[in-house]
Design a protein around this ligand. Structure first.
Ligand code: HEC
Ligand code: HEC
Length: 365
């Protein structure tokens, strides 16, 4: 328990304290979000995760499930999550304490070793390297340790991205966009409408009834006929990034530190990478097509006391409108699911009232 408080303190440092050094828009995200109660005040049987904000419980459970490649029922009695009847739940508590101890003793209290480091998606970690299953050479040539001799700087990557999109001037002239399209999940298609406005307002409505919105400061979601619910700080942080109307123009403002990372290849496309960091927030990694300069992937993280959950967004189908390119298709992937949005129609510079993005007081109509 004591150890878990240490791990929680790390989570606070990394993601959830209200630092005044944050860029203004990030502070707005955090302040607008509902302050979360400690998990033990909301749930019935919290031993290890005491002190953790209650809204991190589900992300932490998701992290453990995907780390072990199991469903909730592996540790829980369905419908009675508070019961300790399953051995695996008790083991999981011991594992949390062990993980916190390893990180404290060996990694200066940083969350370096997690469930996934050992489990790699399996219930039982493997502790013996596998034998060869073919007589092909066991190891390919080792990857070069240093990034290849290239003098590209983070600033140049951002410049190339801006130019690829149409240039800062053209980008600045488009200040809102309304899109219609479809959400594709496992072969089924649901209609979606997206209203977006610079610098960072966005509301998406799927099937005419399910809302996800960011009003420039806070996020909310809900379904028609019910009151909307305000997003947690973590959810709002992600929704705020998604709502960035012209990320290219605001990259340096959002990420006070933007560093070039090791180049990587995604599906055969050579990419330059940038690591963006913001005080008190998990990092964001951006991948740009080396040839076109366009953003092809963003990976962002959500902090939990047991480890970070990644969200990956792959951008594709860039099309030009009013001299500015934007992706017409993007796929959002998480450990527990993924979906693709395909835009079919878009109109720029439509007047959208700010009220469109505001959380309604009563039921969603
Ligand atoms: C590897 C085991 C494991 C898996 C998988 C797991 N949990 Fe848990 N869960 C735990 C442990 C351990 C606790 C208690 C944490 C503590 O003591 O602080 C817990 C606590 C909870 C609680 C709080 C119950 C209460 O009232 O005290 C809920 C709710 C919960 N889990 C939901 C889920 C859901 C939903 C999933 C699937 C997405 C899931 N868990 C997957 C181990 C697991
Ligand atoms: C340092 C490595 C390591 C870390 C970190 C780790 N585990 Fe484990 N875990 C193991 C090993 C090794 C076993 C298997 C022990 C055995 O076979 O008896 C195991 C077993 C388990 C089991 C029992 C599985 C079964 O089939 O009964 C659960 C549940 C579990 N771990 C959950 C977790 C959770 C949740 C986390 C993160 C909070 C975690 N572990 C972190 C090494 C680790």
């Amino acid at each position: 328990m004591r150890l878990f408080h240490a791990a929680f303190a790390v989570a606070v440092i990394l993601g959830h304290a209200q630092f005044t050094t944050r860029p203004l828009h990030a502070q707005a995200h955090a302040q607008a979000a509902v302050p979360s109660k400690p998990a033990e005040e909301v749930f019935k049987n919290i031993v290890q995760l005491k002190g953790m904000p209650a809204d991190q419980l589900m992300p932490a459970m998701q992290f453990m499930s995907s780390s072990l490649g199991v469903e909730c029922a592996f540790c829980h009695v369905a419908g009675k999550m508070e019961l300790d009847d399953k051995g695996a739940k008790k083991t999981a508590r011991e594992m949390m304490a062990m993980q916190a101890a390893i990180n404290k003793e060996s990694f200066h209290g940083q969350l370096q070793v997690t469930c996934f480091s050992c489990h790699r998606g399996a219930q039982r970690p493997v502790n013996t390297p596998p034998v060869l299953d073919s007589d092909a050479p066991a190891h390919a040539a080792p990857p070069p340790m240093a990034p290849p001799a290239s003098t590209v700087t983070a600033d140049q990557i951002v410049e190339k991205y801006l130019t690829a999109l149409g240039g800062a001037d053209a980008i600045g002239k488009v200040t809102s966009r309304v899109m219609k399209g479809a959400i594709l999940v496992g072969g089924s298609e649901t209609p979606i409408e997206l209203f977006t406005k610079a610098p960072n307002k966005r509301v998406s409505i799927s099937n005419g009834q399910s809302y996800t919105a960011f009003d420039g400061a806070a996020g909310w979601m809900g379904n028609t006929g019910k009151p909307a619910r305000e997003m947690s700080a973590t959810e709002a942080d992600a929704a705020g990034l998604d709502a960035e109307f012209s990320l290219a123009l605001r990259l340096k403002e959002i990420f006070p530190q933007l560093r070039r990372g090791r180049p990587e290849t995604i599906a055969g496309v050579e990419c330059e990478t940038l690591n963006g960091s913001r005080p008190g927030r998990p990092p964001v990694r951006l991948y740009f097509d080396k040839n076109s300069g366009l953003l092809v992937r963003m990976v962002r993280y959500a902090e939990t006391p047991v480890g970070r959950n990644a969200t990956q967004i792959d951008y594709a189908d860039y099309r030009e409108m009013d001299g500015v390119k934007s992706p017409w298709r993007w796929t959002l992937s998480r450990t527990n699911g993924r979906f693709t949005i395909q835009v079919k129609e878009a109109t720029n510079n439509v007047a959208i009232e700010d009220a469109k993005f505001a959380k309604p007081d009563g039921e969603l109509k």
